[in-house]
Write a protein that binds this ligand. Structure first.
Ligand code: ADP
Ligand code: MG
Length: 262
């Protein structure tokens, strides 16, 4: 007979102890098998409930983060990209830098795994208990311009300030005009030392002046971004092209030609 009487079910539901409610019989069986004291038994039940709540929190936070694809740091092949130091990535995966409000810049040419690492670090941040939002730079800038035109900039900036970690992918693919650069500066200033940013870019920091059009704004942005920052520059060839070359699908000449195209 089930241990879950209607009264007990109602109480566990009201207390939102759903893991205990849904698995009561198997949890009680396990308690019996382990011959635990009352205190140990209570601890065991609490652990089961907390594990379920953590799992739900991570799932929900993933949905809110809006990652473009599902990749983890464990999927990253470090041997293919020797310029990425696994120790640095492991250290960043603890999320300590997010607690400090630091900035991470992932720089490098297309295909070397910048977005992959950004998603992986974002997922690690969620497990460490931080809220995350992933955005594409072009979409983010379009939304800031739209909000500014319709007089809702303040709301939009407040929204973008909420996640502890804001990931902005592909900054620098397109140059930003004066207005957009100014809006980006406002976003960076708001988050400065309060919330973390992770930016990926195919441009080196030296080239950022031309990304932001206006050198005064570019300097102000870089000043804030680089103050407490971890810069990872990835060198090397595109992972996919490398895989194709390895499988013999592309000749060395074909790869060189593809890599030259912008
Ligand atoms: P980038 O953002 O630098 O242009 P991506 O992160 O989009 O590159 O990587 C392109 C594809 O190659 C993705 O599917 C990614 O998972 C994969 N990839 C890139 N580098 C690696 C790597 N070192 N190990 C495993 N997969 C990789
Ligand atoms: Mg990318």
């Amino acid at each position: 007979m089930s241990s879950l009487t209607p009264d007990l079910e109602a109480m566990l539901t009201r207390l939102k102890l759903t893991a205990i409610r849904d698995r009561l019989d198997s949890l009680l069986d396990e308690l019996g098998r382990q011959d635990l004291t009352w205190r140990e038994g209570l601890q065991y039940l609490c652990q089961a409930e907390i594990a379920r709540k953590d799992q739900r929190r991570v799932l929900m936070a993933h949905r809110l983060a809006r990652f473009p694809f599902s990749r983890t740091l464990d999927d990253y092949d470090y041997s293919a990209q020797p310029s990425v130091d696994p120790k640095r990535i492991r250290e960043l995966s603890t999320g300590r830098w997010i607690g400090n409000g630091d900035v991470v810049l992932l720089l490098g040419p297309p295909g070397v795994g910048k977005t992959h690492l950004a998603v992986g670090l974002g997922r690690a941040a969620i497990v460490a208990g931080y809220s995350v939002l992933f955005t594409q730079a072009a979409e983010l800038m379009a939304s800031l311009l739209k909000a500014s035109e319709s007089g809702r900039l303040e709301d939009r900036l407040r929204q973008l300030n909420k996640p502890k970690l804001l990931i902005i992918d592909e900054l620098g693919y397109l140059s930003l005009g004066r207005e957009a650069s100014h809006l980006f500066f406002q976003l960076v200033s708001r988050r400065y030392e309060r919330g973390s940013l992770l930016l990926t870019s195919n441009r080196s920091i030296r080239e950022w002046g031309s990304v932001f059009g206006d050198t005064v704004v570019a300097t102000a942005i870089l000043d804030r971004l680089l103050h407490h920052s971890h810069v990872l520059t990835i060198r090397g060839e595109s992972y996919r092209l490398r895989e194709k070359r390895r499988s013999g699908l592309l000749s060395g000449h074909a790869v060189a030609a593809i890599e030259k195209t912008p």
